[in-house]
Write a protein that binds this ligand. Structure first.
Ligand SMILES: NC(=O)C1=CN([C@@H]2O[C@H](COP(=O)(O)OP(=O)(O)OC[C@H]3O[C@@H](n4cnc5c(N)ncnc54)[C@H](O)[C@@H]3O)[C@@H](O)[C@H]2O)[C@H](O)CC1
Ligand SMILES: [K+]
Length: 512
């Protein structure tokens, strides 16, 4: 299927501090139409697109300017003939813009409804659309009390009755910077079908819990120009930010596309090596060695793979992918030390990461390793490497990935919903956009590691290999789900030919 291209400006990810700076710069310009009026007008455009015939709309409005946006939208919808109920949870003083919005709302036909009336409903919600304007980027603590009850009631009704929910700026309860529900398992957030976000795109709409809460993300820049001193800290990793593959010369041979050694295969785990090795083969490596610690298996389906005892493999110049099914035995640690000491470009995955987290000598050896490397932890492996809890990793995936990149001087792929990519030196992070829960099954990590190895062998830098591999891996799973091979029952093996197809398509598109 054709790759979706997203307008370049939408790819940039801004932290809340940068959005606040944009807001300030716009305020300083004293434009005749306030940002709040522009935000409400943008929401009005979205509502009338989704629901052109006036119908019944429930609007939730909180105590800050997110609530101000919602109150102004309520007034606009009411005067356009929509039947609007607005539920306000106000506390403390309103900003001048919000005061003006609430004044317009109170002069409109929008009806005020008490939160308790909604939380008491155990039956039908008489609305065709719900707008979430409870909290935006000003959320400062977990949502609790009546607001939490209200969100629970709205989530339940919207799910049962399939009522679309538009979140203004960010689903209430989600952190715009991290994508985590604030408060973790104690917190709660709106599950939106659409999020209309203002001024710039935000990392919290694309990783961690965002996948379950933000729905379809739409950015409206509110016609504010971004001043040069406000910089994005990350970008989305998607079709139009991918690196090109090096051109294959006509006069080439198998040595032109590099060698990959997959190092793993403790007893009972040869499959992990074979998955990584097959992927390296299918994604263009010239020669692939499957080095197995204990479980020597031959791949009769792919006799191209050179399967051998890992200990007997004499290292030359190959890219090393260490970890798939390696186990954590003493002999695994000894082999890993030998591989690190060879100072080849490396991918460290799975048990290589677990051994690294446990053994200080391996950590010191890795510090001496000067060639490029990619580490591919899932959240639990990341937690072990950082000595954090998994909850701490998931509460701020970008911070975790960037700390790992710094500590291990490596490119990091922190796997999971919205994989986060970081490189040492505080350069921009990326959040991968492809992939789906079909990937949450054994062996898909081995496939990703093998793919990274093949792209490195063909001459990509560690950063480019990680970005391209992550995206291809996810898009292969997306393609397979479109043809019914997933999300249920997708196997890691089935990903491999789909990755080959996506890679060849990527190359072909780059040559247009
Ligand atoms: N920045 C922009 O580009 C624009 C912002 N607009 C909208 O304004 C919000 C941000 O508004 P702000 O008033 O700063 O914050 P919030 O509305 O998100 O809420 C702050 C409000 O809520 C209280 N609060 C925070 N956390 C909790 C909690 N867990 N429980 C209860 N109360 C909480 C806090 O004390 C404040 O009173 C932005 O997202 C946009 O939607 C514009 O109008 C458009 C431009
Ligand atoms: K919101």
């Amino acid at each position: 299927m054709p790759y979706p291209l997203i307008p370049a400006a939408h790819l940039r990810l801004y932290p809340v501090s940068a959005i606040r700076a944009m807001e300030q710069a716009s305020d300083n310009q004293q434009a005749p139409v306030s940002l709040m009026e522009r935000a409400a007008a943008a929401a009005m455009r979205l509502v009338t697109t989704l629901m052109p015939e006036p119908g019944a709309v429930l609007i939730l409005a909180g105590p800050g300017d997110n609530g101000g946006d919602a109150a102004l939208l309520a007034a606009m919808l009411a005067s356009a003939g929509y039947s609007v109920d607005i539920c306000a949870l106000l506390s403390g003083a309103l900003s001048a813009d919000s005061q003006a919005s609430w004044q317009r709302c109170s002069h409109s036909s929008a009806r005020r409804i008490q939160a308790e009336q909604l939380t008491a409903v155990h039956g039908y919600f008489p609305y065709q659309l719900i707008i979430d304007g409870l909290f935006g980027i000003g959320l400062s603590r977990p949502v609790s009390g009546l607001a939490a009850d209200l969100i629970r009631a709205v989530n339940r009704a919207s799910e049962l009755q399939r009522i679309p929910v538009i979140a203004l700026d960010i689903p209430s309860g989600l952190s715009a910077d991290t994508g985590a529900v604030v408060g973790g398992t104690q917190g709660i957030a709106i599950r939106a079908s659409h999020t209309l976000s203002f001024l710039g795109n935000k990392p919290g709409l694309h990783t961690a819990d965002a996948k379950d809460y933000a729905g379809h993300v739409i950015i409206d820049f509110l016609e504010a120009s971004v001043s040069a001193d406000v910089r994005e800290t990350g970008v989305l990793n998607c079709a139009n930010t991918l690196p090109a593959m090096p051109k294959r010369a006509g006069n080439s041979h198998k040595g032109s596309f590099g060698d990959v050694l997959i190092a793993g295969g403790a007893a009972g785990m040869s499959g992990a090596v074979l998955l990584a090795a097959r992927t390296a083969l299918f994604s263009g490596a010239g020669r692939v060695y499957a080095g197995m610690l204990e479980a020597i298996a031959t791949d009769y389906l792919h006799p191209e793979l050179m399967c051998r005892p890992l200990q007997q493999h004499v290292l030359q110049k190959e890219i090393i992918v260490a970890g798939p099914g390696l186990g954590q035995s003493d002999s695994a640690a000894t082999e890993l030390a030998r591989l690190i000491a060879a100072n080849h470009t490396m991918v460290l995955d799975a048990d290589a990461l677990n051994l690294l987290a446990q053994q200080t000598p391996l950590q010191s050896a890795l510090q001496q390793h000067t060639a490029e490397k990619i580490l591919t932890p899932h959240p639990l492996e990341a937690a072990r490497l950082l000595n954090w809890t998994v909850a701490e990793v998931q509460a701020d995936r970008i911070a975790a990935a960037s700390e790992l990149a710094h500590r291990y001087q490596s490119v990091i792929i922190l796997k999971g919903a919205g994989s986060v990519l970081c490189q040492p030196g505080n350069a921009q992070y990326r959040i991968n956009t492809s992939g789906n829960p079909a990937l949450a099954t054994g062996g898909t990590g081995d496939v990703l590691a093998g793919l990274c190895g093949a792209l490195l062998a063909q001459g990509l830098t560690a950063w480019d290999a990680a970005c391209l591999a992550c995206w291809l891996h996810g898009t292969a799973a997306d393609d397979l789900c479109l043809n019914g091979t997933g999300p249920v029952g997708l196997t890691a093996s089935e990903l491999i030919p789909a990755i080959r197809r996506a890679l060849n398509q990527h190359i072909a598109l780059g040559q247009l």
